[in-house]
Design a protein around this ligand. Sequence first.
Ligand SMILES: Nc1ncnc2c1ncn2[C@@H]1O[C@H](COP(=O)(O)OP(=O)(O)OP(=O)(O)O)[C@@H](O)[C@H]1O
Length: 237
Amino acid sequence: MLSVTDLRKTYPAPDRPVEALRGASLEIGAGEAVALTGESGSGKSTLLHIIAGLDEADSGSVRVDGREMSGLSDGARARLRRARIGLVFQQLNLIPSLNVWDNLTFQARLAGREDRAFARALLGRLGLEGLERRYPEELSGGQQQRVAIGRALAHRPALVLADEPTGSLDEAAADRALDLLLELTRDAGAALLMATHSLRLAARLDRRLHLSGGVLREAACGGAGRAAGMSAAGGGG
Ligand SMILES: Nc1ncnc2c1ncn2[C@@H]1O[C@H](COP(=O)(O)OP(=O)(O)OP(=O)(O)O)[C@@H](O)[C@H]1O
């Protein structure tokens, strides 16, 4: 489903260049939920942004659903992202001028994949029924997070990328948001790659990959092992 091979990314910097990724490789199967851990600055966001096509690697390959992302034009990459990938970030990026329903279905409409019945069912499972006409500023942090989760899934992506998706929530709300994210991605048969600082949350996913100094390795997870094991190819150096 997601296949990443030997990604390298160096950022220019005034003193010396930062090697954010030094040969990161991974494989994630459909329906698999994988945690991405690593200390601050280890390259987690860089990796997720490149997989999402929001940033470009210096070299290496990203295949989503069998399609190679690297080498596509910006427009083609954006179309592939809109159609096949869902994103949930700590900064939720809900659109303040759109109500809950319009935020939830925004990406699906952009991608020409709007399915009102599916979106309505999603709204119910997210516990947001009755709040469709509210605006983001009229919601609690946890409710806003659930809208962001719904928006990432309403177009039925093959892959959901989440960067500290529960980082701004208290422990109980983070647990509930992760429950929903895991349940909904599993039911959709989508793969999930989620960056988190929390080993407690990481342990609830099927597998854990750990980034250190731009190199990716399979790490002990303690997770439920929900899907049959695809293995990560450890990054070279
Ligand atoms: N645009 C940029 N220009 C220069 N250096 C950058 C840029 N973006 C990231 N970096 C550097 O690349 C490295 C990896 O950053 P990245 O944001 O991917 O780490 P992270 O693991 O997501 O960190 P955190 O957990 O703190 O969010 C860091 O050393 C960071 O300072």
